[in-house]
Design a protein around this ligand. Structure first.
Ligand code: CIR
Length: 274
């Protein structure tokens, strides 16, 4: 279970030091062949299935190298997008919230995830329809959660999340999305007050209080990077982002997720971390 502590000591060397959340576990789901029918707005072609499996295995290894125990679920061919497990639940240090995905084809993913999450969490809450939430729209900053109101997460769902967070002593606030799929398509909190920001979020006054690491528009896909226990996973092939995050003092782990990009998926989408 996630807890607060100091990173930069113990098994993860050379990291920025500070009190941060520390993750112990991750849940991932292997991609199925049906992912060729997954939702996408990208014009990048169909994922190569063999390549996807290899990339997914490398992703799991990267999580393990960050000190996580990874629960690898079998592929679920009934749900083409089910490898993007992040959207199905918000796992906090105090409770789990099972979402109600805005994409109709993804709604059924939550039943299997609830079962798995129940093995780890005793306090489980659920978003009630017609409200919708996909947790790719939720960014955790300590005890506060920014919730994107998007095409997939509506105001009703987002307000349900805030009410649940309040019940467990946490807080939330709403961010309106104009262009990107999910909030974390364009934002990543890297702890220590550092925020990777791209596109429409650069001018948002809500984020002015952070040390902004600006991700250039031509590397916008890399804004979906992932802080885990002091290291930052970034997608392979984004040199400008790599340099900027290294300059901020982080150790970088590059992971090739080109096949998942074809379905609008990024690094954070592929796991639930807690
Ligand atoms: C979808 O459109 O739902 C998937 N093809 C991609 C989901 C990406 N998830 C995320 O950004 N958290």
């Amino acid at each position: 279970m996630a807890y607060y502590g100091t990173v930069g000591v113990g098994s993860v060397p050379n990291e920025k030091k500070g009190i941060s959340i520390i993750f112990s576990n991750a849940i991932v789901r292997r991609p199925g062949r049906s992912m060729s029918r997954g939702l996408t707005s990208a014009d990048l072609g169909t994922p190569d299935y063999q390549k996807t499996l290899v990339q997914h295995e490398a992703y799991v290894r990267a999580l393990e190298d960050c000190g996580l125990h990874v629960d690898v679920l079998e592929a679920d061919e009934n749900f083409p997008d089910s490898t993007f497990v992040e959207d199905t639940a918000l796992l906090t240090p105090h409770c789990a919230i099972i979402t109600n995905p805005g994409a109709l084809s993804r709604r059924g993913e939550i039943f299997a995830i609830k079962k798995v999450v129940s093995e780890y969490f005793s306090d489980i809450e659920e978003i009630q329809g017609p409200g919708t939430v996909e947790a790719g729209d939720i960014m955790m900053v300590g005890d506060h959660y920014y919730i994107g109101v998007s095409e997939r997460t509506d105001r009703d769902g987002a307000e349900q999340v805030i009410n649940i967070l309040n019940k467990y002593g946490m807080t939330g606030s709403l961010i309106r999305l104009e262009k990107v799929l999910h909030l974390k398509t364009g934002l990543a909190y890297l702890e220590n007050n550092n925020l990777a920001v791209c596109g429409e979020f650069l001018s948002n006054p809500e984020f002015k209080k952070f040390n902004i690491i600006e991700i250039s528009e031509n590397e916008s896909y890399a804004a979906n990077c992932l802080w885990i226990n002091g290291r930052v996973l970034i997608p392979e092939g984004y040199p400008d982002t790599k340099r900027k995050i290294m300059d901020a003092g982080y150790t970088i782990v590059e992971v090739d997720v080109s096949e998942f990009r074809k379905l609008d998926g990024g690094l954070s989408c592929l796991s639930l971390r807690f």
